[in-house]
Ligand binder design. Structure first.
Ligand SMILES: C[S@@+](CC[C@H](N)C(=O)[O-])C[C@H]1O[C@@H](n2cnc3c(N)ncnc32)[C@H](O)[C@@H]1O
Length: 283
């Protein structure tokens, strides 16, 4: 059983990179009228509070810089609006929305979400964080929280009847054998729903480990993959987390071109020390 608690990492630069990327992907899917499914395998508790630990305060400082500077790019502005709206709904200036709430801000009435979380207390908290009108039951609600192993359960929701969708896989990368399970889940998701957009968040610790993982997936999946990376420390530094990556299969039209605009802008807001960088590349 995992002991991972996302509140210790909520709001850090990696979380923000992931959530802006999520916003950009959902905005891209929302350009067509037809509804889609947003499926998340590791949803977390949805609502976090950045008052408290020193890591939370450092994260809060990063978020404040993003909120203050996010005006030039649509994707950053949409993410900032989602954070501000959540704070106002929560009545807490330090409230911070997790990925399900960031996603909900982009969903339209014709879109659906299935949010899978392993731990009962996290899934329960997520259920409470959703707007009352969206909570399940009733089953079949537009937004469904499911307490289960997301890597195993994702197959039950793919392909969606809409034949349009985004799957986000955002694991803690802590359990032994987790990477092999993630790779198998990615392959299974794309086998069941070959045209669906799929995004996998990954930590960048050692650049050569990331490169080996990318090469393995490129060979086994035999399809276009886009890697979006933002790092604050040189990619071979011996710190806990040098950078954040999101690997995207079936990237929506023009997402890479847009990302080359907003990702450096986001990096400029997050990297006060200026020792990091960004990269958007097709593998
Ligand atoms: C990185 S956090 C998720 C953060 C969330 N996606 C966000 O961005 O706000 C990882 C979550 O996955 C949950 N988890 C761990 N293993 C899981 C599994 N096999 N299936 C579903 N959830 C899992 C943990 O309890 C934790 O809440």
């Amino acid at each position: 059983m995992t002991r991972y608690r996302h509140e210790f990492h909520a709001g850090n630069f990696a979380d923000v990179h992931k959530h802006v990327t999520l916003t950009a992907l959902l905005q891209a899917l929302g350009r067509k009228e037809k509804g889609f499914l947003y499926l998340e395998t590791h949803a977390g508790r949805g609502a976090y509070d950045l008052t408290g630990s020193s890591e939370s305060r450092a994260a809060a400082a990063g978020i404040e810089r993003v909120l203050a500077g996010a005006h030039g790019q649509d994707e950053l502005a949409a993410y900032a609006r989602a954070v501000v709206a959540w704070r106002s709904r929560a009545g807490n200036p330090h409230a911070y929305p997790g990925s399900p709430l960031v996603a909900l801000a982009q969903l339209r009435p014709q879109d659906r979400a299935v949010l899978i979380e392993l731990l009962a207390d996290e899934a329960g908290a997520l259920e409470k964080a959703l707007p009352a009108s969206e909570r399940s039951p009733p089953r079949g609600a537009r937004i469904q929280v499911v307490q289960a192993d997301g890597l195993e359960r994702l197959r039950a929701y793919l392909p969606p009847p809409e034949r349009r969708g985004l799957t986000l896989i955002d694991p803690p990368y802590e359990a032994p054998g987790e990477l092999a399970r993630i790779n198998a889940a990615v392959a299974e998701a794309l086998r069941r729903f070959p045209t669906g957009v799929l995004a996998v968040w990954y930590p960048i610790k050692e650049a050569r480990d990331t490169a080996a993982w990318h090469a393995g997936l490129r060979a086994s999946l035999a399809r276009e993959l886009l890697a979006s990376e933002l790092w604050l420390h040189p990619c071979d530094s011996r710190v806990a987390l040098n950078g954040s990556g999101v690997l995207i299969a079936n990237p929506p039209y023009r997402i890479a071109a847009r990302m080359r605009e907003w990702l450096p802008a986001l990096h400029g807001l997050l990297d006060a020390g200026g020792s990091g960088g960004t990269s958007v590349r097709v593998l």
